[in-house]
Structures are given as structure tokens and as C-alpha cells.
Design a protein. Structure first.
Length: 154
């Protein structure tokens, strides 16, 4: 792999990395969005069924109502633990920022239009900065998640 990178044009290598990372962030964003929305739909349906089953006077429906309450609590805990909504939005923003950077580079616009600038080098620096900032945000979300869990502990 090193030989193929060494022989490749730096612009091609940089654009390949950009495409790869934009795809990765986009697919991870879609996955987190799908998990978040599906879990929320299950929570909403379970919450809507509680008053319905509570109104029915069959002996085993009390167990169903209790199970639905437990299900809602567990699902919400999983959402809070894994931070799917925050990851979805952060990864989508990063994917869009990388795509934006690609089009600026290809059009030789924005910072790439400046005289005396080496566009492929600038592109590499800017995409690495975008990904570094996303990583910092991800760590912050994970730390916040840990702090909120610690504050809820007895």
C-alpha cells in the first residue's frame, strides 16, 4: 500500500482520503439516525399503549403495562448511553463539511483561489482539521455522557 501511495499524485491521495472519510461519516451518521429514530418510535408506541392497556380490566394487563414502562426506561437509557442523536448530527455535519471542502477545492474557490497557495497541501490540512475538530467534539460528548451518568449514581 505504501508503494501505491508513494507513486500516486498527492492530489489523488488527498481526494481519495477525503472521499473515504466523507463516505464513512455519512454512513455512520445514517446508522446513528436510523437507530435513534427506530428506538424513539418504539418508545412512543410503548408509551401510547400504556393508557390503553391500563383501561382494560384483564388481570394480566398489569404485567403488560409494567413491561412497557420497563421497555421505555431501558430504551431511553440506551439512547443516553450511546448518544445516537448527538453522533448522528455531528457525523452529518462533518460529512457535509468535507463535501463542501471538496467542492471548494475542485472549483479552486474560497481559500484555494488565493495566490501562492498550494491547493492539495491546503486541502489536506483543512480536511485533517475538520476531522480533528469532529474527534474533539466526539470526546466531549462522551465525557458529558460519563458526567451525566456519574451525577445520577448514588
Amino acid at each position: 500500500m505504501t508503494d501505491s501511495i508513494a507513486g500516486a499524485d498527492s492530489t489523488e491521495v488527498t481526494l481519495a482520503r477525503l472521499e473515504n472519510q466523507a463516505r464513512w461519516y455519512g454512513s455512520r451518521s445514517k446508522r446513528a439516525q436510523r437507530i435513534y429514530k427506530c428506538t424513539k418510535v418504539v418508545e412512543i408506541v410503548a408509551a401510547a399503549l400504556i393508557p390503553f392497556f391500563s383501561g382494560l380490566k384483564f388481570p394480566h394487563f398489569a404485567l403488560v403495562v409494567g413491561a412497557l414502562g420497563v421497555l421505555i426506561t431501558v430504551l431511553e437509557g440506551i439512547l443516553q448511553l450511546n448518544q445516537y442523536q448527538q453522533i448522528w448530527t455531528m457525523y452529518r455535519a462533518t460529512s457535509e463539511a468535507l463535501t463542501h471542502e471538496k467542492y471548494l477545492f475542485l472549483a479552486i474557490a474560497g481559500p484555494y483561489a488565493a495566490a501562492g497557495v498550494n491547493p492539495p497541501v491546503l486541502l489536506a490540512e483543512r480536511i485533517e482539521t475538520i476531522m480533528s475538530q469532529e474527534n474533539t467534539k466526539w470526546v466531549s460528548v462522551q465525557e458529558q455522557s460519563g458526567k451525566s451518568k456519574d451525577s445520577k449514581s448514588p
